[in-house]
Design a protein around this ligand. Structure first.
Ligand code: BES
Ligand code: ZN
Ligand code: ZN
Length: 503
């Protein structure tokens, strides 16, 4: 895919489809609010866009699309007008959605060369933010996982994307353009891993992809095998791995952007490449989606790629404990007691609550390395999905400042979180008679109980836990993504790291 940010008049843009934005204004949103680029196109088309508004054929709601053939009035063969919603509610995320929707629309109708001129005169939104969001939306929208399709399908062929802005030469916009491109590439790299079939994306394969990426982007990478995990006492990860024919891996990615500083941020991702539930086997319905139980790992590896590419002045350690969770004669049992890396013991009651065990060892590893803050991201509980649905991920945090930073990074990336409690009162739920803690705390408040378990492994670090069970995979089509992997969290985590480096 070729992408460029240029400054050019609408009339001469040579492309299959030119995309312009059109908003609405006024109390009931009935009035037209064309962006500067849309106004230019409207004039070239003898007022066709204005008349669409006047006749009520186009209202300018977010994501609404209308396709116009230009009949030679512009060099572009077609124009797609995409709605931006009410100007008063305009945010940078609106541009991400609109550009993704328009690109998907154009791509599904065979367009190969696109030009996007999404701009606004509203003073509240920074032009650089618009550029970044537009590029992200377009590249996330154009993504397809077509590896296993043997018949030629339309809608996968965008080759060129020209982003048009009147200030294209400005350094700030060129930087935003680069940031958006790199963010989307990191997320799409993560999506490829989540969408991959579990027979292919094994722990070993994830380790191979992570280390190939590390080589390409100049990150340090180490992959621990079973003997080294045994030496470190990673009884949680090893316990879960017992039922699998695939060897577990512990992936360590290191980025040193501030070699003089001792501070290091840890990003930890749950990497269960297939979660069958183990002996506490899951029901068959929907089990195929458990290939996505490494969505947290993918988000971390994707974020590490983005960070390595953008080179902020901070240190970041990316950790991925990865294994399958399978039933077998050698599987760990409900009733077993595992000893985890920090020495704590845990009574197993349900082998399907495997994520917290693998994560606990990785959190202990981050503590041992002296990292703070430690941020983990995991498809951890169905309970979180019940609580927040598919729009926001759960955010559990022991530090107010870190919570605010994550909330902001999530809003900015369009990967939104919602704060959840971790009060001491919940500790009661995970008391065990035969071990230090019990693995699960009953049905109610399941997402919180899981977070309370993790809290036992974070030492004195400031820590956040992101439960992305509901957001990492989409069933139906959504604004700027095809069904399947979303890489939820990859861009937000990278964004948080970039923000920290600016401080
Ligand atoms: N991977 C699942 C959680 C999950 C559910 C992710 C749905 C994505 C979509 C996790 O390992 C799990 O099975 N958790 C159990 C915990 C329970 C046994 C305490 C759950 O949520 O039911
Ligand atoms: Zn499970
Ligand atoms: Zn799981």
């Amino acid at each position: 895919m070729n992408t460029r940010l240029v400054s050019q008049a609408m009339k001469g843009l040579v492309c299959d489809v030119l995309i312009v934005g059109a908003a609405q204004r006024g109390k009931e949103g009935k009035d037209m609010a064309l962006s500067p680029a849309a106004r230019e196109v409207d004039q070239l088309l003898d007022g066709l866009i204005s008349s669409m508004y006047a006749n009520g054929e186009f209202k300018g709601t977010v994501g609404e699309t209308s396709q116009i053939y230009t009949m030679g009035k512009l060099a572009a063969r077609r124009v797609i007008v995409v709605g931006l919603g009410n100007v008063e509610k305009l945010q940078s995320h609106t541009f991400r959605r609109a550009s993704g929707i328009a690109v998907r629309f154009a791509q599904s109708r065979g367009a190969k060369r696109l030009a996007l001129a999404l701009d606004t005169q509203e003073p509240e939104i920074d032009a650089a933010e618009i550029v970044q969001a537009t590029v992200e939306g377009a590249l996330l929208g154009a993504y397809r996982f077509t590896k296993y399709l043997t018949t030629q399908t339309t809608g996968q062929g965008v080759e060129d994307m020209l982003f048009v802005s009147k200030d294209a030469e400005s350094k700030a916009l060129q930087e935003a353009f680069r940031r958006g491109t790199i963010m989307a590439e990191g997320a799409n790299f993560a999506r490829d891993m989540v969408n991959e079939q579990p027979a292919v994306l094994t722990p070993s394969e994830m380790a191979r992809r992570a280390s190939a990426m590390a080589r390409e982007f100049g990150l340090e990478c180490r992959v621990l095998d079973r003997p080294q995990m045994e030496e470190l006492g990673m009884g949680g990860l090893l316990g879960v791995a017992r039922g699998s024919a695939e060897p577990p891996k512990f992936i360590i990615l290191r980025y040193r952007g501030a070699p003089q500083s001792k501070e290091e941020i840890a990003l930890v991702g749950k990497g269960i490449t297939f979660d069958s539930g183990g002996l506490s086997l899951k029901p068959a319905a929907g089990m195929e989606s458990m290939k996505g139980d490494m969505g947290g790992a993918a988000a971390v590896i994707g974020a590490m790629q983005i960070i390595a590419d953008l080179k902020p002045k901070v240190n970041v350690l990316g950790l991925v404990p990865t294994t399958e969770n399978m039933p077998d004669g050698a599987s760990y049992h409900p009733g077993d007691v595992l000893r985890l890396m920090n020495g704590k013991t845990i009574e197993i009651v349900n082998t399907d609550a495997e994520g917290r065990l693998a994560l606990a060892d990785a959190l202990s590893y981050a503590v041992k390395e002296g990292c703070s803050p430690i941020i983990d991201i995991a498809t951890l509980t169905g309970a979180c999905m019940v609580a927040l649905g598919a729009k926001r991920a759960g955010l559990f945090c022991n530090n107010d400042e870190l919570r605010d930073e994550l909330m902001e990074a999530g809003e900015f990336a369009g990967e939104k979180f919602w704060p959840m409690p971790i009060d001491e009162d919940y500790q009661e739920n995970i008391k065990s008679h035969i071990a230090d803690i019990k693995q699960t705390g009953g049905r109610y408040g399941g997402a919180i109980n899981a977070a309370k378990i993790l809290e036992h492994f974070i030492g004195e670090a400031s820590w956040a836990h992101l439960d992305i069970a509901g957001t990492e995979f989409i069933e139906g089509k959504q604004a700027y993504m095809e069904p399947g992997a979303t890489a939820f969290g990859a861009r937000a985590l990278a964004g948080l790291v970039l923000k920290r480096a600016e401080k």
